[in-house]
Design a protein around this ligand. Structure first.
Ligand code: ATP
Length: 430
């Protein structure tokens, strides 16, 4: 019997992720490393499903988008021009007593949250993660891991334009790692120092920005509800007021999600004006052939955190029912789509038939074979990792060439002919 409590605590999600191989603490056998995490065998599938759905929807299925995959470490001049070296900082305060450090804008009172001691006044702390490139460690060899993927889309703008001959409006998309020396990482994979982003820089004429901003606002909403399956009631828009936006932004909306630890930023949408292209290119990089004029395109930037997407999807899917824990993932996101079982492990004819079905399904789907324990335990185990369908081969299957298929959410079972199985699953798993 599953013990029920009100709401889903983050501890339950963390525990399931560890227990079932979604997400492990990074470098665990050495005591971990300051809030770093590794995606395990199921986590990488879930994460890839999210990234692939994003690429398909926003790159492959659109006519106005191309992708890139840029280097993580860029010439430090990039960060000088973009303003990150000067402005990409958070206000850091230190406790006079215990010397713990905090982000001032996240504190609820003027005292230390750990020991209630007095806090020193805030200093700006730059979040860029530094390292040295090459064998000499001096000021000239200092480089930074990118704190956002966005700058590569600006720096590569001309190359993309020259090689693809795009006309405004069009976008450049990228999925990749970003690094920030966060003062207080935490809440599992919500805030880490190494994370992944999916970003689009959408290039437009200045006068179009409001229309385009609205288009991306709707696209982001649809992504959250239709692709990730998040509930509308858990999603909120926050218009960031003047003075609180990033240094490059004229308008920003944060999409916030009701995580178990509170309402927090999931994604952002910003109008970056022509700030970045102007800083990187001395000459206007875009030529309007019809009007014979050169111009700096303006930019609307929708940005998605991959890890925060994974976390929101897990929190949304986690459910405790009378006899089971179940991850009600959208089938398109589930790590395994189907589990195949022989009813009994010690009957070679059942195992052989089940392996045949497994091999057949593996050509089209991500499938797992399980013969351990009894059927009830196997269902339980698959429910907990969100597998939408379980297929069981029993003695009747040998004569009638059919199987029992069990639906994760309704727990209903039906008999299906093996020859109809692929079509049936294709329809259900779309
Ligand atoms: P926050 O206010 O939470 O620090 P931010 O406003 O600085 O976030 P952006 O610069 O807009 O974040 O980054 C774009 C997206 O990247 C965020 O919406 C989030 O999904 C993700 N992201 C940013 N920082 C982190 C982090 N430290 N760990 C995980 N994901 C992050």
């Amino acid at each position: 019997m599953v013990k029920k409590e009100e709401g889903n605590s983050i501890e339950k999600i963390v525990s399931l992720c560890k227990r079932r191989g979604f997400i492990f603490p990074g470098s665990e056998i050495y005591g971990g490393l300051a809030n770093s995490f590794d995606y395990g065998p199921l986590g990488v599938e879930l994460k890839n499903n999210i990234k692939n759905a994003w690429w398909k929807r926003f790159v492959h299925q659109r006519d106005d988008m191309v992708g890139i995959d840029a280097a993580l470490i860029m010439n430090p001049k990039v960060w000088e021009s973009s303003g990150h070296l000067k402005n990409f900082s958070d206000p850091l305060v230190e406790c006079k007593k215990c010397h713990h450090r905090f982000r001032e804008d996240q504190l609820e009172s003027k005292n230390c949250p750990d020991c209630k001691g007095e806090l020193m006044s805030a200093k700006q702390f730059n979040l860029m993660l530094k390292t040295f490139l090459g064998p000499v460690e001096n000021d000239e060899s200092i480089v930074y891991f990118r704190p956002e993927t966005a700058q590569a889309m600006f720096v590569d703008f001309k190359n993309v334009l020259d090689t693809t001959r795009r006309k405004l409006p069009f976008g450049i998309a990228q999925i990749g790692k970003a690094f920030r020396n966060e003062i207080t990482p935490g809440n599992f994979i919500f805030r880490t120092r190494e994370f992944e982003q999916m970003e689009i820089e959408y290039f437009i004429k200045e006068e179009e920005w409001e229309k385009v901003f609205e288009m991306w606002r709707k696209e982001m909403q649809l992504w959250m509800t239709d692709v990730l399956g998040l509930k509308e009631k858990d999603i909120h828009e926050l218009d960031i007021p003047d003075g609180e936006r990033a240094h490059y932004s004229k308008k920003t909306i944060d999409f916030e999600y009701d995580f178990p630890f509170g309402r927090k930023e999931l994604y952002g949408l910003a109008y970056r004006t022509d700030f970045d292209l102007k800083n990187h290119f001395k000459e206007a990089p875009y030529e309007n052939i019809e009007l014979k004029e050169k111009l700096y395109p303006h930019v609307v930037e929708p940005t998605w955190g991959v890890d925060r997407s994974v976390l929101a999807v897990l929190c949304n899917a986690y459910a405790e029912e009378d006899e089971r824990i179940v991850l009600k993932l959208k089938p398109s996101l589930a790590p395994y789509k189907i589990a195949v079982f022989p009813l009994l492990k010690n009957k070679p004819e059942l195992v052989e038939k089940a392996k045949e079905v497994y091999k057949m399904l593996k050509k089209d789907f991500v499938v797992i074979f399980d013969e351990r324990g009894n059927i009830g335990k196997r269902y339980y185990s698959q429910d907990e990792i969100g597998t939408p369908f379980c297929v069981t081969i029993d003695f009747d299957s040998l004569e009638k060439n059919d199987v029992t298929i069990r639906d994760r959410d309704t727990m209903k079972q039906e008999r299906i002919k093996i020859e109809d199985l692929v079509l049936f699953l294709n329809n259900k798993l779309q």
